[in-house]
Write a protein that binds this ligand. Sequence first.
Ligand code: GYE
Length: 327
Amino acid sequence: MKRKTFLRSGLAALSMVAVAALGACSSGGDGGSAGSGVTISLGFSQVGAESGWRAANTKSIQESLTAENGFKLSFSDAQQKQENQIQALRSYIAQGVDVLAFSPVVETGWDAVLQEAKNAGIPVILTDRAVDTTDDSLYASFIGSDFVEEGRRAGAWVKENFDGEKLSIVELQGTTGSAPALDRQEGFAEAIEGSDAKIIDSQTGDFTRAGGKKVMEGFLNSHDDIDLVFAHNDDMGLGAIEAIQAAGKKPGDDIKIVTIDAVKDGMQALADGKINYIVECNPMLGEDLAEIAKKVVAGEPVEKRIVVEDAAFTQEQAAEALPNRQY
Ligand code: GYE
């Protein structure tokens, strides 16, 4: 099953320039078989281990960038802190890896370290989340979902299913300043605009189950008219379920829940009727990353933006899809 669409960009040529400077950096090979017989050393800085999505994403990366596949992977977990990510990237640059890849915890503040990588002739591949930079030549490619579209799809479902009804929504935001939190908020707000659905409160739960539960408890204390929760990921939605049940209400019924990710626990809650709708965000980015890294090192042009395709599920569709879910 093909899960991705390539959006060709005229900027691919820029990546070629970055790669041309690479030359001597390619490691001499220590037994791998990247096609060319050369092992590619890749330093990957992961956001953290905040959610089921992240666990599936880490697994996909570690299972794709293997020695058999021609990679020497150095992997580090930044525990959701930008300074840890910058430190990891700097240490990979000092080690002289062939390629850097990372999922930036927040959108801004990357120009300096990306410039250092560029000066060292090390190409950078962004996975999952985008950076906000005015200089696109600082990275070779960005592989990930369209988060604005995910938010739009969640909002469109709400608008379609509660058309004409007054609806009070609370929003559980992802990590403040992260691309998925900013984009999903934007897409959702855009989709419900002009309807009778209104966001009455919105706070970050940092993409964690504990964060979602805590923020939802606060919402339930300060509002007695909540009709629907829009959670930026499944884990926060699952935390909200616990808070709603503890308040003596029925999640999915008294208070509707819409989330994004479609990881196993979320899909189970959807099939069980505790969540009402989930927009998928596909975490299986490892294979695409391996393919792009090989091309970059070989000096081939790469797509500047690779958009991963996502599905969406109702309760019935979740029950049907669950037995075959990989993550
Ligand atoms: O939705 C959330 C995770 O960046 C798309 O990060 C990712 C998000 C995902 O913590 O569960």
